[in-house]
Design a protein around this ligand. Structure first.
Ligand code: HEC
Length: 120
């Protein structure tokens, strides 16, 4: 099941021109935009995120050093496309997760993933 999920993720993202490749090419503008979006979507209500205003949430894990994490929610490899997918629809990766789907546009999720991915 888990393997199938990973395969599906890889296939879906690999087929898209906006998946891992787009984030791998993350530039400073994208990273800065991602930082602003993390504020705008109020991710900090639940998470502590370095560099993001009003992000002292204690409901969920701190995202400090997220770029060095091996797994997203302990389930799938922490790669940019999977991270963007998580931000758009967490339940598609962890069924029944307490993280809500927040109506994030895929392009916004990619920029946020770019920001989180460069946190060391
Ligand atoms: C209502 C509280 C809440 C909000 C708002 C929220 N999250 Fe989460 N988030 C959680 C919870 C709870 C988890 C743990 C989910 C799990 O492990 O199943 C989580 C997990 C995560 C993880 C994985 C953490 C890990 O340990 O691997 C990331 C990344 C993340 N959230 C990013 C975001 C981003 C980006 C936003 C804003 C778009 C956001 N979250 C908004 C509650 C929230």
């Amino acid at each position: 099941m888990l393997t199938a999920t990973c395969a599906a993720l890889t296939a879906a993202c690999g087929a898209s021109s906006t998946g891992a490749d787009a984030v791998a090419a993350a530039n400073p503008t994208q990273v800065e935009h991602g930082r602003q979006l993390l504020e705008r979507y109020h991710c900090g209500t639940c998470h502590a995120i370095p560099g993001v205003a009003a992000s002292q949430g204690r409901f969920a894990a701190s995202l400090d050093g997220y770029g060095k994490r091996s797994y997203i929610a302990g389930r799938v490899a922490n790669e940019p496309a999977a991270l963007a997918r998580w931000i758009v629809d967490p339940a598609s990766i962890v069924q029944g997760t307490l993280m809500p789907s927040m109506g994030v546009a895929p392009a916004d999720a990619r920029d946020m993933a770019a920001y989180l991915g460069q946190l060391r």
